[in-house]
Write a protein that binds this ligand. Sequence first.
Ligand code: 13P
Length: 246
Amino acid sequence: MKKLIVGNWKMNGSLDANAALVTALQQDASAWHCDVAVCAPSVYLSQLKSLLQGSRMTLGAQDVSAQESGAYTGEVSAAMLKEFGVRYVLVGHSERRQYHQESDATVAVKAQRALAAGITPIVCVGETLAQREAGQTEEVVKRQLAAVVHTNGHCISEIVLAYEPVWAIGTGKTATPEEAQQVHQVLRAQLQAASQHADRVHILYGGSMNAGNAASLLVQADIDGGLIGGAALQASAFLSIIAAAH
Ligand code: 13P
């Protein structure tokens, strides 16, 4: 399957910086062998929608409300994201789970809202360092995915899944390709048990992926792309990762 490389800009950027970054990325786009998306802060979606017009890069958001509409101050609905040309939305990123107390059940409903609006949720799962050291990695990621399977049923084959070990995010510590592949294999098997179309689900790896380690991760059998934080903010680093994805 064609690989998918997604940049998660997190709470970074400005009107000027976004325009410069997108312009630098576009110059190289005709050589890409993979699909590419960037997940921008919601206030910049309008800017990105225009910047990406006619581009091979698609637009993503970083979160979506679990509610459909109404009195939920500060929230952004899936229907609103759709109006701004959003193709993907991250749900259950560990920073949302950690700082905003998002439960597995909330993440599952967010995925459902996205799917209902015609947006592909990129469902993030991953264990903390303490959980890894306690030998709980598989149990944790399976529990996180099970909630999404339970709520979304056969639509599960329409999601993108991202394995992001929390201890590898922003730390410069990456899971080894073998460690990552082992978890991806477990997640693939869980998807296969839930849907006969599981083989078409992209399972991305995220956590300190960079120009130096991308190729060795992306060559693994069940690693279908990357979810990139820090390195997605520098055109040269992000382009090197894109070049490694074929
Ligand atoms: P880093 O690439 O900065 O480790 O971030 C990974 C991540 O959280 C992407 O969603």
